[in-house]
Design a protein around this ligand. Structure first.
Ligand code: UFG
Length: 340
């Protein structure tokens, strides 16, 4: 029997790429997504890219326990990958309660449904933003969490809920992956990042400027203590992140309880370096203007990817130019995203 994986948020950016990776490696995939920031078209593209369809897709909010129960009752789920969440730093500052409700409430609802149906394996989408204002980079999993915005707080809270639940339910096997900044797209150009409305994250915004959908990028602050004054992040190709999830599933049984791992490259790039890499990849000028800092932002977040390398003998391999090239290919082939 092939392993069946429930992917929450499977139509989203990282979720859709992970579904392809799973399908290509023989897994059966069931998706739950409320499409609040994703399109059902992404799942058609998943099937086209992988050459075979997912087993089932459900439109549901994770806080709806009744809906979750029906999904678990209809499939023999072996493992869960939990992506579904709200993820915009700036937005979270203006609507903290919604972030706690969706991100923490969605996770506890999912955990209780898993418990009710005897499902014990979970990979959780955490975030580098839990580290907050780091004193030094690169960051290891031992550096203390200190979230600076509600989005990051929800991720840290979910990790604590998972840690405590694992303490009391020793049969659980949970991996929390703290992603740094996933960007890029599937090299086919069929799958990519297509947020609803104005993009919150820098890469999809840049891509929409390059394709002419937006006039210019706002660079949020050039007075950070970094070489060019703009924020530094560890951008990681979404294909590496997707591959990381498959590895995570393969390694879930290694240890009981909760294990936390960074998923990054160890290489930091500033906003201006990203703009320049994207100009090169797209061959188009990217107009930008420097505006004020964004609430909740920090100067620099870069991973120490050593622990994942040691645990799985695995590391991300794709560089910034591949990330920009693939993000641009998706944008150029799909100028209006999945809606076009
Ligand atoms: N930035 C701009 N202009 C923009 C958007 C962002 O200058 O229009 C800057 C930010 O200030 C920051 C960098 O670009 O310095 C990256 O910002 P993003 O919004 O792309 O990403 P964050 O670092 O805020 O990270 C958040 C979450 C991560 C998540 C990531 C991608 O904290 O967990 O978004 O979804 F992985």
């Amino acid at each position: 029997m092939p392993t069946t994986v429930l992917v929450t948020g499977g139509a989203g950016f990282i979720g859709s790429h992970t579904c392809v990776e799973l399908l290509e490696n023989g897994y059966e995939v069931v998706v739950v997504d409320d499409h609040s920031n994703s399109s059902p078209v992404a799942l058609e593209r998943v099937a086209k890219t992988a050459g075979r369809p997912i087993a089932a897709a459900y439109r549901a909010d994770l806080r709806d326990r009744g809906a979750l129960d029906s999904v678990f009752a209809a499939h023999r789920i072996d493992s869960v990958i939990h992506f579904a969440a709200k993820k915009a730093v700036g937005e979270s500052v203006g609507m903290p309660v919604a972030y706690y409700d969706v991100n923490v409430g969605g996770t506890t609802s999912l955990l209780s449904a898993m418990h009710a149906h005897g499902v014990r394996h979970l990979v959780f989408s955490s975030s580098c933003s839990v580290y907050g204002n780091a004193d030094k980079v690169p960051l290891t999993e031992q550096d203390p969490p200190a979230p600076t915005n509600p989005y990051a707080s929800t991720k840290w809270m979910c990790e604590q809920v998972l840690a405590d639940t694992c303490r009391h339910l020793p049969e659980l096997r949970v991996l929390a992956l703290r992603y740094f900044n996933p960007v890029g797209a599937h090299p086919s150009g069929l799958l990519g990042e297509d947020p609803r409305g104005v993009p919150n994250n820098v890469m999809p915004y840049l891509a929409q400027v390059a394709v002419g959908r937006r006039e210019r990028l706002s660079v949020f602050g050039d007075d950070y203590p970094t070489p060019d004054g703009t924020g530094i992040r560890d951008y990681i190709h979404v294909m590496d992140v997707a591959e990381g999830h498959r590895r995570a599933l393969e390694r879930l049984n290694d240890e009981s309880g909760l294990r936390v791992l960074n998923l990054g490259t160890g290489v930091g790039s500033s906003v201006l370096e990203l703009v320049s890499a994207f100009e090169q990849a797209s061959g188009r000028p990217i107009p930008y203007e420097v505006t004020g800092r964004r609430a909740g932002d920090v100067a620099e977040l870069v991973a120490d990817p050593g622990a994942v390398k040691e645990a799985w003998n695995w590391a991300a391999t794709r560089d910034l130019s591949a990330m920009c090239r693939d993000a641009w290919r998706f944008q150029e082939l799909n100028p209006a995203g999945y809606g076009g």
